[in-house]
Ligand binder design. Structure first.
Ligand code: FAD
Ligand code: NAI
Length: 475
């Protein structure tokens, strides 16, 4: 006998689990199916983000930053550390504990909100009349029927053609978060978000890290001035960043992996790495969904095809998160999940794609919202810019973390904020003020007139807003 639901969510990552909770809050009888297994084979909801993405990477970024500070930055504060050691096993196990706390938290939230959780793989069987039938295969087998379906099956790492991830020598994000001895030489293909975050972790722990990037520009999506600053700082930290590289043969051996590549001047190289991280983007995951059974349309890149409201080609079938177009970010997936649940309830769920913040959790962090200077130029929009360096911020000096800046871009006529870019300490937190300001269509003068606590990093935001009108007070 099929179990009947108003809403069935397939996938329990940030897109899916949040959609399920919101649907249940709105009074729908809701199921969420997720197939992720922990090391004991038990349920581990939270998807890529919780298990092998946002959460474990940030845990290791934090631990490795503490290690680097203890080794290098504490002395300046008059703190002497003798006999500093690295217990990598403990660092990895702490990361696993943080992941488990998040898995358990989601299971608790399902109970609290009366979402019925099914641990297994969900695949479409058929669509009939007003309902869809979904089979769950896993520890137990079930058949569910639902009036509304939300597909939130996420993404998988993209492999280089002919080079499979073995997670021992050739690592995706999964293996990169679980290296059990610091590699002497670590290769990273792709200078994107994962390459820079994971490259930073292992560099801080002692690896010699070489990043090989195909494009001639560094962090092309980031504001050029900020990207230039980041390149300078990361290179100074010891990351070897090679741009305009063409990757050739990759040959895994018994204990190492050989990478052949041509550099931007056409010279050939053959380098042996102890480990190789391949972080060249991610592909949508529709494996096992049996989309054909109901005629669910995918686009030519394999994403579930949706309109601006996350509606698919089928009535009452929706899709959110990494499996659809748009940035592959956990908070974008969550926003879409909430919006879809609210649309199912005939409310006006909305996602503002212009105000989705981006953060790269390197040190210093890079965060931005809205347009870059190069985008404004390309779009022919007249703008004013204001920057303020953390070097001139009292709190940053007290912290001993003065690299980077805040940059405002505002409309030349109306002064409306069009983009805010931060490279520096706690950029991930500072960007929230800019997101709020842009949501409320504030002007740079609005921020400049708001009282910011002293001494705080947020004063750099106010000062950058003042700089738009060429009236910074502290620089
Ligand atoms: P996912 O999180 O991928 O979840 C999909 C879930 O569905 C998975 O559990 C999957 O196993 C399950 N599933 C798939 N098919 C089925 C099926 N047929 N039946 C049942 N279950 C199924 N984003 C940020 O915003 N901030 C960050 O700091 C950040 N850091 C990251 C670090 C790394 C190393 C990586 C790889 C990604 C990071 N991301 C970050 C991106 C973020 O993880 C994704 O954007 C986010 O997880 C997408 O959420 P989702 O719900 O769409 O998909
Ligand atoms: P990415 O798109 O950020 O970067 C991939 C890089 O690899 C690009 O610079 C690209 O030019 C390069 N590349 C592609 N093919 C190549 C090749 N053959 N040889 C050399 N270089 C090549 O993708 P990444 O780092 O894999 O991360 C995937 C996604 O996960 C991100 O785009 C982001 O959406 C999400 N993510 C978000 C994080 C955050 O919010 N802090 C952290 C980590 C991941």
């Amino acid at each position: 006998m099929a179990k009947e639901f108003d809403v069935i969510v397939i996938g329990g990552g940030p897109g899916g689990y949040i959609a399920a909770i919101r649907a249940a809050q709105l009074g729908f009888k809701t199921a969420c199916i997720d197939d992720w297994k922990n090391e004991k084979g038990g349920p581990a909801p939270g998807g890529t983000c919780t298990n092998v993405g946002c959460i474990p990477s940030k845990a290791l970024l934090q631990s490795s930053e503490h290690y680097e500070h203890a080794g290098h930055a504490f002395a300046e504060h008059g703190i002497e550390v003798k006999g500093l050691g690295l217990n990598l096993g403990q660092m990895l196990s702490r990361k696993d504990t943080v992941v488990k706390q998040n898995n358990d938290g989601i299971l608790f939230l399902f109970k609290k909100n009366k979402v019925t959780f099914f641990h297994g793989s969900g695949s479409f069987v058929k669509g009939e009349g007003q309902a869809y039938s979904v089979k769950v295969s896993g520890a137990t087998e079930d058949t569910l029927t639902g009036k509304h379906i939300i597909v939130a099956t996420g993404s998988n790492p993209r492999a280089l053609p002919g080079v499979a991830f073995d997670e021992k020598l050739v690592l995706s994000n999964t293996g990169a978060l679980n290296i059990n001895a610091v590699p002497k030489k670590l290769g990273v293909i792709g200078a994107g978000v994962i390459g820079l975050e994971m490259g930073s972790v292992w560099r801080r722990l002692g690896a010699e890290v070489t990043v090989l990037e195909a494009l001639p520009t560094f962090l092309g999506a980031v504001d050029e001035q900020i990207a230039k600053e980041a390149h300078k700082l990361f290179t100074k930290q010891g990351l070897s960043i090679n741009l305009g590289v063409k990757i050739g043969a990759i040959t895994p051996g018994k204990k190492d992996v050989t990478v052949e590549y041509t550099d931007d001047k056409g010279a050939s190289h053959k380098t042996v790495f102890d480990k190789l991280i391949v972080s060249i983007g991610r592909v949508p995951n529709t494996n096992g969904l049996n989309a054909e059974a109901i005629g669910l349309k995918l686009d030519d890149r394999g994403f579930v095809a949706v309109d601006g409201d996350c509606k698919t080609n089928l009535p009452n079938v929706w899709a959110v998160g990494d499996v659809v177009r748009g940035p592959m970010l956990a908070h974008k997936a969550e926003e879409e999940g909430v919006a879809v649940a609210e649309r199912i309830a005939d409310q006006h769920g909305h996602v503002n794609f212009n105000t989705i913040p981006w953060v790269i959790y390197t040190s210093p962090e890079i965060a931005w919202v809205g347009k870059t200077e190069q985008q404004l130029k390309n779009e022919g929009i007249a703008y004013k810019a204001g920057t303020f360096p953390f070097m001139a911020n009292g709190r940053a000096r007290a912290l001993g973390d003065t690299s980077g800046m805040v940059k405002f871009l505002a409309d030349a006529k109306s002064d409306e904020i069009l983009g805010v870019h931060v490279i520096g300490p706690m950029a991930s937190e500072l960007i929230a003020e800019a997101v709020v300001a842009m949501e409320f269509r504030a002007s740079s003068e609005d921020i400049a007139r708001i009282c910011h606590a002293h001494p705080s990093l947020s004063e750099a935001t106010k000062e950058a807003a003042l700089a738009v009108d060429k009236r910074s007070l502290n620089f």
